[in-house]
Design a protein around this ligand. Structure first.
Ligand code: ATP
Ligand code: MG
Length: 409
């Protein structure tokens, strides 16, 4: 049997990037031979094994054929007769379809190295269209390598467009889609992921609520970029520049969904978009079975981002309600993430990327003031149960009034 490194490990080594996870393909072996060597089988569906010592992945060379809708609709065929070239042709992109042996001899039948040098993301064969997930994967690689100058080949975009129009994207499971979306959002240029999906018509299929923001105007005074879709891309871009976590990036993407529902006669104003957007944010969250922390932050940022921007003008009582909504006493981190998302929203505007955002420290100070109100004296005064809660609220309100006066004096 022969063993080759394949996929990302070869690609990233040739790009001079650090290689983290290594995938290997084994040619000329049977499952029985692998087991006899101590390899542990991974799943029932795929002929994939883990190395007994290193734990790295070794897959038997295989071919695959589409036999139905969705990802379940694939028939795999692994046997010692399957050649390296046959295994490589089922892969998504030419730059992912190269293999190398221990001596770093490259097997590159589909010209991945040429495309790597030309900075092109190109599909390997027409079989690309058999798995709609590849649309998301290509957009994700575009987001990852945009800084190196990579773009998607025209003919690959054509295939992605056909796949999007066919409705096949609807057959993707929430889990597979979210895995790609979440990884793409954590790349250096997550806005490129959304842009590529939009350009091939996939955004309309996957997140019509986000797609609908393009072409919707906002007041130029606050939004020199005017277009809500462009604004959303800029906010996402800022979130990556500022190394924000996934929760914040997800909230950035969804924060303005309500603006897509504003009747045209009200444009460019979007009264109460914070409220109208909530059901859309909820729908997108549920569609992809998004993790709870991302779901929650997106809803809170959607509802309260304007409060964040107006922090210095908020009455002490409104400020208190805001802090209570975030449960800052038990969830301090979540409020920090809210503040970050608001800041990204403020900076994700044309020409305003470097602006200062005093609201952030003001909100932090307010949270601190409310948190510092001690319970003990109230207990000593004999407050219990709901009355204790009310007394605590009164004290916090007092503290916030004092804080506001001192901070804005
Ligand atoms: P990463 O750096 O994100 O791990 P990768 O290219 O190694 O990038 P993996 O998801 O680890 O991506 O997959 C390994 C290889 O398997 C890919 O390079 C590609 O050749 C192939 N591959 C994975 N998923 C698909 C798919 N859905 N369709 C076609 N080929 C795929
Ligand atoms: Mg990999």
């Amino acid at each position: 049997m022969q063993v080759y490194k394949v996929g990302g490990a070869v690609r990233d080594r040739l790009l001079g990037l650090p290689v983290t996870d290594v995938d290997r393909v084994v040619v000329g072996a049977t499952t029985e031979e692998m087991l006899a060597k101590g390899f542990r089988p991974v799943g029932a569906d795929f002929p994939v094994f883990l190395h007994p010592k290193t734990g790295e992945e070794y897959a038997l060379a295989r071919t695959e054929r589409k036999s139905g809708r969705g990802y379940g609709g694939f028939t795999f065929y692994a046997s010692p007769e399957v050649t390296l070239e046959e295994d490589l042709i089922r892969r998504d992109l030419t730059i992912n379809a190269m293999a190398e042996d221990d001596q770093l001899n490259l097997t590159d039948p589909y010209h991945g190295q040429r495309d790597l040098e030309a900075r092109i993301l190109r599909h390997v064969s027409p079989a690309f269209a058999e798995d709609p997930l590849r649309v998301l994967r290509v957009a994700r690689f575009a987001a990852r390598y945009a800084g190196l100058g990579f773009t998607v080949a025209d003919e690959t975009m054509d295939l992605m467009r056909q796949l999007s129009e066919s409705g096949e994207l609807q057959a993707l499971t929430a889990e597979r889609s979210w895995k790609e979306i979440s990884r793409a959002l954590m790349e250096d240029h997550p806005q490129v992921f959304i842009q590529v999906l939009r350009d091939c018509g996939a955004l309309k299929e996957l997140m019509p609520e986000v797609d609908a923001l393009f072409g919707v105007p906002q007041p130029e005074t606050h939004h020199p970029e005017i277009d809500t879709g462009l604004h959303t891309l800029s906010v996402l871009e800022q979130s990556a520049l500022h190394k924000q976590p996934l929760t914040v990036r997800w909230a950035c993407l969804l924060h303005d969904l309500g603006k897509g529902l504003t009747p045209e006669e009200e444009w460019p104003r979007h009264i109460a978009h914070e409220h109208t957007g909530l059901k859309l944010i909820k729908a997108v969250n549920e569609r992809f079975k998004v993790p709870k922390d991302c779901q929650e932050l997106a809803l809170l940022v959607g509802q309260y981002h304007t409060h964040g921007h107006r922090a210095l003008e908020l009455k002490a009582s409104t400020l208190l309600e805001l802090l209570q909504s975030f449960d800052i006493y038990r969830r301090p981190q979540r409020f920090e993430e809210f503040i970050s998302a608001c800041e990204m929203d403020a900076r994700g505007r044309k020409g305003l990327e470097q602006r200062s955002y005093p609201q952030a420290d003001y909100l932090r100070g307010a949270a601190k003031a409310a948190r510092e109100v001690a319970v003990q004296p109230l207990l000593e005064q004999g407050f219990k149960g709901p009355e204790l809660g009310e007394a605590l609220k009164r004290e916090r309100l007092k503290a916030l009034k004092a804080y506001k006066e001192a901070a804005t004096a």
